[in-house]
Write a protein that binds this ligand. Structure first.
Ligand code: NAP
Length: 308
């Protein structure tokens, strides 16, 4: 049985969802934001953000989303912890189902459930999570003081987190499958200038080995086929993201990787369902564009509610 009916339910409390929620609360809509854990999303794992406008000195990911949450709460946005396990879109009214069995109704829905880190999918990875395998340098970096650590990936996450790790580790080896980084140029320049960072180009990790903790990596050079071992105490994996869409059925259109397709107005193919932030199909995943999309999603939801 449905517990309550809302104008708008927002699924996800990262920058996109919090922005949509703040706009909805200011517009005096009957809104509810549902977040699996505590609000923040992936940004919580980002040590320092220096490209979000308005903070010339930069700001920690934690503080930035904490401020966004405070701002949304100031306008009265209700935020509830709960894992969404399903949505029913069969009627003009939508229904959101939570893991604890609660069901909420709404007339419009904003999907802002973000994305999660990809796994490398090599032997030893899952077994050694928390024992030297990590997906968050901000969280686990301090455990690797004076250690030799590896970072896998060549995007912004990998290179920024490698730079963060240099505060603790004695050496950080970036292992990248190509000979060119994908990360933003200024971040690349810093990494190249760091005395603690080394690069292993054209190289992939084929196994993570260790007895109860990470001890060494098996590597393969993709150009020469040469295989080798590398002794490390930790491996930080940043090989892209997968969308958090497990609760969404086939009725909402997604791209081949599962990211939700939304147009410029943040409309999905289902009337009254909008999507914003990292869960959506796009090339560039930034806090700056997530908040813009969140504002747009709320505006479009408001227009939809007015006309229905
Ligand atoms: P990403 O940009 O998709 O980069 C993933 C990296 O992992 C790529 O270098 C890719 O190699 C590599 N990779 C993928 N699968 C692999 C595999 N199986 N084995 C080995 N390597 C693999 O992901 P991201 O760095 O997490 O960034 C996600 C988004 O967030 C991006 O849009 C990024 O710009 C953004 N972001 C922004 C900031 C910031 O602005 N401060 C910080 C973090 C993230 P190839 O290059 O060969 O494809």
């Amino acid at each position: 049985m449905q517990q309550e009916m809302y104008d708008l339910i927002i699924i996800g409390g990262g920058p996109a969802g919090l922005t949509a929620g703040m706009y909805a609360a200011r517009a005096r809509m009957k809104v509810l934001l549902l977040e699996k854990l505590s609000p923040g999303g992936q940004v919580l794992n980002t040590e320092w953000i220096e490209n979000y406008p308005g903070f010339p000195e930069g700001i920690s990911g934690f503080e930035l989303v904490d401020r966004m949450k405070e701002q949304a709460l100031r306008f009265g946005l209700p935020i509830e912890s709960g894992e969404v396990t399903g949505i029913n879109l069969s009627d003009s009214e939508k229904e959101v189902v939570l893991a604890d069995g609660k069901r909420y109704g709404c007339r419009a829905l904003v999907i802002a459930s973000g994305a999660s880190w990809n796994k490398l999918k090599v032997p030893g990875e899952v077994e050694l999570i928390g024992k030297g395998v990590s997906y968050c340098a901000t969280c686990d970096g301090p455990f690797f003081r004076d250690a030799v650590t590896a970072v896998v990936g060549g995007g912004d996450s990998a290179v920024e987190e490698a730079l963060f790790l240099t505060r603790f580790a004695k050496k950080v080896i970036i292992i990248h499958r190509r000979d060119e980084l994908r990360a933003t140029k200024i971040v690349q320049e810093r990494a190249m200038a760091s005395e603690k960072i080394e690069f292993l180009w054209n190289t992939v990790v084929t196994e993570i080995q260790g007895d109860g903790k990470v001890e060494r990596l098996s590597l393969r050079n993709v150009k020469t086929g040469d295989v080798s071992d590398l002794e490390v105490e930790g491996i930080f994996i940043f090989v892209g993201v997968v969308p958090n869409t497990g609760y969404i059925g086939a009725e909402i259109e997604k791209d081949e990787r599962g990211f939700v397709i939304a147009n410029l107005y943040r409309e999905t193919n289902v009337p009254g369902v909008f999507a914003c932030g990292d869960v959506t199909h796009k090339d560039f995943r930034q806090v700056a564009n997530a908040v813009g999309e969140g504002a747009n999603a709320c505006y479009s939801a408001e227009k939809y509610l007015e006309s229905h």
